[in-house]
Write a protein that binds this ligand. Structure first.
Ligand code: CP
Length: 347
């Protein structure tokens, strides 16, 4: 168990933390979950402040961070970029409506103990990697930890909640088959962050990972290479399939959700072409997780989704509200893993 490497550190991607460090976060998260369950006080961040900047909507992330800080004895401020001077990168500034990221980061560093940011899609003109770059720019200038609440590449808090949930449901994850699958949604405005973090965390725990998607919906090669490297180091396996039913065969866990096509956003295409992605999505409406699709997996397979889900498209009510679904355990575990991350980095 690693204890001496967290204080003051940024949390931008799980890939920058060792397996042992991820295990420490989970260990603390399980401890905090038990304390939460029995009402045992755990004010590890008493009187400390987290600043949360949300460029996008959120139910789970905002409320789990805000409730988490309260339970740790501190406070979380919700900052709407349109109601502050919207933090902007050099070259994206507009007089009096924006403020340079370096100035925002240094100002907030003088007043509190952590800065958390959610940004992807429209606020960065769908330029893949630009939101991650902005969060790293915050981290460069801030003297307090910067936490990624989902950018256009990573959703590391979701990845940690997902692995915690799998451990609770399956025990030892080594050799268990985890299928991260694309599923149809009428909306193409879905970042790639959740599947990236789900498979990158799982690849540190010896799982047999299958990534399933129609052609044209490939993930980031850098993340896939990191997954392959983890599999070489920690065991398990990694395969890619273009057939949802085939991928589901014998699965212990299935996690079907939509993500956009990287090929139709910069830098992979000259400008965002969400209409082209819409056509690709519409050609794959049969990628839905219904009861007949679930029958390909093991009878006691676990169904996962980070939420919000597009009911009737990504998944039927019967599956998501059925006995195999663990989606609300995943949502709750956001609270516990984020409290662990904050307690370790912001203490
Ligand atoms: N899963 C997740 O990040 O949910 P929110 O978009 O509601 O925060």
């Amino acid at each position: 168990m690693k204890t001496d490497s967290f204080r003051g550190r940024d949390w931008i991607t799980d890939l920058e933390y060792t397996k042992e460090e991820l295990e420490t976060i989970l260990n603390v998260a399980f401890d905090l979950k038990r304390k939460f369950a029995v009402g045992e006080p755990h004010e590890l961040l008493k009187s400390k402040t987290l600043f949360m900047i949300f460029y996008n909507q959120s139910l789970r992330t905002r409320n789990s961070f805000e409730a988490g800080m309260t339970q740790l004895g501190g406070h979380a401020h919700f900052l709407d970029p349109s109601k502050i001077y919207s933090p902007a990168l050099v070259g994206m500034e507009k007089a009096y409506s924006t403020e340079r990221v370096s100035d925002v980061a240094r100002t907030l560093s003088r007043m509190g103990h952590g800065i958390a940011i959610r940004c992807y899609g429209e606020p960065v003109e769908w330029v893949y990697g630009k939101a991650d770059y902005m969060i790293r720019e915050f981290a460069h200038w801030a003297s307090i930890p910067v936490i990624n609440m989902e950018d256009d590449i990573y959703h590391p808090c979701q990845g940690m909640a997902d692995i915690m949930t799998m451990m609770e449901k399956l025990g030892d994850l080594r050799g268990k088959k985890f299928v991260m699958s694309w599923a149809y949604s009428p909306s193409v405005e879905k970042p790639l962050a959740v599947p990236h973090s789900a498979i990158s965390v799982a690849s540190k725990f010896g799982m047999n990972i299958v990534l399933a998607h129609p052609k044209g919906l490939e993930l980031d090669d850098n993340v896939l290479d990191a997954v392959r490297e983890n599999v070489r180091k920690y065991g398990g396996s990694f395969e890619i399939s273009n057939d949802m039913a085939e991928a589901f065969q014998g699965a212990d866990v299935v996690y079907p959700k939509a993500w956009t096509s990287k090929w139709n956003i910069p830098p992979f295409s000259p400008k965002p072409d969400l209409e082209k992605t819409q056509q690709l999505f519409d050609a794959n409406k049969h990628w839905i997780c219904d009861s007949s699709m679930m029958r390909n997996a093991k009878p006691d397979a676990v169904y996962m989704h980070c939420l919000p889900c597009d009911r009737g498209f990504e998944v039927t009510d019967e599956v998501i509200d059925g006995p195999q679904s663990v989606v609300f355990d995943q949502a709750e575990n956001r609270l516990h893993v984020q409290k662990a991350i904050m307690a370790l980095t912001m203490r």
